[in-house]
Write a protein that binds this ligand. Structure first.
Ligand SMILES: CCCCCCCCCCCCCCCC(=O)SCCNC(=O)CCNC(=O)[C@H](O)C(C)(C)COP(=O)(O)OP(=O)(O)OC[C@H]1O[C@@H](n2cnc3c(N)ncnc32)[C@H](O)[C@@H]1OP(=O)(O)O
Ligand SMILES: Cc1cc2nc3c(=O)[nH]c(=O)nc-3n(C[C@H](O)[C@H](O)[C@H](O)COP(=O)(O)OP(=O)(O)OC[C@H]3O[C@@H](n4cnc5c(N)ncnc54)[C@H](O)[C@@H]3O)c2cc1C
Length: 675
């Protein structure tokens, strides 16, 4: 359309300049051709169903929004049953419905908690009911007074041998369960984490299945106080979720509703711990953190898709001699802000795929009673969850700014995406608290290696993602051989400096901690540095997994070449951003840092003709994107214009309140001016 400067054909032109096979890239992104096909089918199913419309969501009141969420969840379930969808299809359908709600916690945490911590008998009893939605469950761990410090939870589950029951109780205000999604209004049951007390002894935190509401009329059971904790950040957004408060007043549950895979309480009240490690109590969190890493690439790629397409449509300023205005995507500043985010979306996608593999592998080992890889799974999920969610939340906000003023409109989709996404930095483990968990591991390894550096070749070698630390003798003294900008294209050159930076930062921390009066004091004093060392380690994992992905067979003309460029951009933009780390640890020289930056500029220019096609490869429908700026056809301006008229303020020409507040004011000013 020529009217008013909007040029949808602009995107067709952009697509024509792509130097790779977009279908091949879709397969690389999704993981397989089958995955592309299923995702595409489910996305279209949702997009074509009027019940799943979400374009007026930010204009709904909280009550309307919550009811709309209940309607969508019930309709999604109806479609899943009618169409006999597989688990894979059903998960995707729910993803594309794209409205946070109780079902996320039911499938994402309640069911996994029972699977991971329940005995076979308990699974047989509870899972079929949960699978058929005869009960709705949530995950009630966090309390008003304690979230991060799980060991500090106060809710009690006291065993009463005379009745063969546990008595669930909230002894203080701060012990009220506070935050669990789905708890406020929807759930009939919860896995509740409470201190187990039997024979007068406190055995710490354990999980219990507790019924909260009547299955006849949904009213809270006697002794149970329930409610929603109130409105949250942003319009629409996470307000569709009923995060709740729960208090118990001596509520009784049968003994067999304690989740007993890890430990049991016998009929007589004896506490018995099985040979399963206690840390498996935290297994549900490991599972969800892994899914959150995979979700980071989805949220980031949505924001980037909107910003890239809109930047190709938006034009500002012409050439000096009055020529046509320039697409903002052509500005080098726009490219240097946007293309690292595009590269990060791909990087997180591939590290998410790897983490899923790691999680599956660990689960299989656990089933065979091999618990050796559990610490690696914990450190990787905690660290990657922290780094990818923090970067994604920042990136969504950056994409909003990249879209100028229009990015601030709800119709751009970006404010809501940010508001829904940003709590990921807090839930499932505050990002700083999780990084400190990673730094504990790094510190222990670094300390061990420093002590044993002389015998490291013969000693016990670190394995998995910390294997590089075993190469301490080389990494502590190596100097990068990079001599030209193009030398930075060599993955081995990148890997070496990222490994050296991460190891040297960990060793520096360990050395400084060893100088403190006690390890605890040293750890506390050095914790800001430990966080940075943990970030360096996690960034190394992401870079390494991207490089490893490129060693696979990746079919499709030009696909691997584009991914190689994105991998270099991902790594080098981190090097540029954290140049202080690389210089202060002596891994590179200032000149090598400047060469990396020089190459980045060249790579941005090479990505420019492919940018729109690279976001097309995410294969998102306009429904899922939910953005007038990110429309596939690029017809942005008419859509923006039309969208404005849907606002409730525009239902009347003269606003409500005119008679009471505007008219008297205007009349009064008129009278005053005549005096
Ligand atoms: C359709 C499908 C959709 C799916 C879609 C998904 C749903 C997507 C929707 C999202 C919707 C929002 C969902 C939010 C849901 C919540 O937010 S649920 C609440 C989550 N809460 C948290 O994450 C709390 C964070 N805190 C913690 O995890 C732990 O308490 C901390 C910080 C790790 C510290 O724990 P601690 O007991 O003080 O432990 P600590 O002494 O440090 O460690 C004890 C040992 O356990 C180890 N350890 C600690 N944690 C772990 C672990 N997790 N694993 C293994 N070992 C561990 C430690 O390394 C340590 O080992 P050793 O050194 O002894 O060998
Ligand atoms: C949208 C949303 C959904 C949620 N859903 C659920 C749910 O379904 N079920 C559930 O049980 N919970 C849920 N939660 C709760 C969530 O898991 C907790 O909020 C989270 O674990 C953080 O704990 P906290 O709130 O106690 O933060 P705090 O620990 O109080 O954090 C406050 C500040 O203290 C810092 N801090 C804390 N400890 C340390 C330390 N040791 N060293 C240095 N700094 C520290 C943190 O970095 C942070 O800056 C949800 C939360 C949100 C926001």
């Amino acid at each position: 359309m020529a009217d008013g400067g909007g040029e949808p054909d602009q995107l067709a032109g952009e697509r024509a300049t792509a130097q790779f096979d977009v279908d091949g890239m879709k397969v690389a992104w999704a993981g397989s051709r089958h995955a592309v096909e299923v995702a595409d089918r489910m996305a279209r199913l949702v997009a074509s169903d009027p019940v799943f419309r979400k374009d007026t969501r930010t204009m709904l009141s909280r009550k309307e929004l919550f009811k709309d969420t209940l309607k969508k969840a019930a309709h999604a379930w109806k479609r899943i049953v009618e169409l006999r969808l597989t688990e894979e299809e059903a998960n995707l359908l729910r993803l594309y419905v794209d409205q946070p709600g109780y079902v996320d916690l039911h499938w994402g945490m309640f069911v996994p908690a029972i699977k991971g911590q329940g005995t076979e008998e308990q699974q047989k009893k509870w899972l079929p009911m949960a699978y058929k939605f005869q009960i709705i469950g949530c995950y009630a761990q966090t309390e008003l007074g304690h979230g991060s410090n799980v060991q500090g939870l106060e809710t009690t589950a006291t065993f009463d041998p005379s009745a063969d029951e546990f008595v669930m109780h909230s002894p203080t205000l701060t012990s009220s369960k506070w935050w669990p999604g789905g708890l406020g209004k929807a759930s009939t049951h919860a896995v509740v984490y409470a201190r187990l007390i039997t024979e007068g002894k406190d055995y710490g935190i354990h999980g219990f299945i507790v019924q909260l509401r009547s299955l006849d009329d949904h009213s809270p059971l006697p002794g149970v106080t329930l409610g929603d904790i109130g409105g949250k950040f942003g319009s629409g957004a996470y307000n569709s979720m009923d995060n709740g408060v729960l208090r118990f007043d001596h509520v009784r549950i049968p003994r067999d509703q304690m989740l007993m895979r890890l430990s049991q309480v016998t009929r007589e009240g004896k506490y018995v711990h099985s040979d399963v490690p206690k840390q498996l109590l935290y297994g549900t969190m490991v599972y969800v953190r892994q899914t959150i890493v995979a979700d980071a690439s989805k949220a980031l790629s949505r924001a980037v898709c909107i910003a890239v397409r809109y930047s190709a449509i938006r034009k500002q300023f012409g050439s000096q001699d009055g020529g046509p205005e320039t697409q903002v995507l052509n500005y080098k500043t726009q490219q240097s802000r946007l293309f690292p985010l595009l590269a990060s979306a791909y990087a997180y996608r591939f590290v998410g795929q790897w983490l899923k593999w790691l999680y599956t592998d660990v689960t299989q080992k656990l089933e065979a009673k091999d618990y050796s890889t559990l610490p690696e799974a914990h450190a990787c999920t905690a660290g990657l969850k922290s780094v990818t969610t923090s970067a994604t939340a920042d990136a969504i906000e950056e994409c909003r700014k990249l879209c100028g003023g229009h990015g601030y409109l709800n119709s751009s989709g970006l404010p809501e995406l940010f508001a829904v996404y940003v709590p990921a930095c807090t839930y499932e483990g505050d990002n700083v608290v999780l990084l400190l968990q990673v730094s504990v591991v790094l510190h222990l390894v670094a300390r061990f290696l420093m002590k044993t550096v002389a015998q490291v070749a013969t000693g016990k070698q670190p394995v998995g993602t910390i294997a590089y630390m075993g190469n301490i003798q080389h990494l502590m003294q190596c100097k990068s051989a990079v001599n030209t900008a193009e030398d930075w294209l060599n993955p081995a050159a990148i890997k070496e400096v990222f490994e050296a930076r991460a190891l040297r930062m960990a060793v520096n921390c360990a050395q400084n901690i060893s100088k403190a009066p006690s390890q605890e004091e040293g750890f506390s004093e050095l914790s800001p540095d430990l966080l940075e060392a943990a970030v360096a380690h996690v960034q190394l994992i992401i870079v390494t997994k991207f490089i490893e992905k490129l060693q696979e067979d990746i079919p499709g003309p030009g696909v691997k070449e584009q991914l190689q460029k994105l991998c270099s951009i991902y790594a080098l933009h981190l090097l540029h951003k954290h140049l202080g780390d690389f210089l202060s640890t002596g891994c590179i020289t200032a000149r090598q840092g400047a060469l990396a930056n020089e190459l980045l500029g060249k790579l941005y220019a090479q990505v420019r003709p492919n940018a729109v096609a690279l976001v097309d490869a995410f294969d998102y429908t306009d429904h899922y994107l939910g953005s007038v700026l990110g429309r596939y056809d690029g017809d942005v301006y008419p859509a923006l214009y039309e969208e404005a008229w849907k606002d409730p303020l525009n239902e009347t020409v003269v606003p409500d309140g005119y008679q009471e507040h505007l008219r008297p004011l205007l009349k009064q000013q008129l009278k005053l001016s005549r005096l």
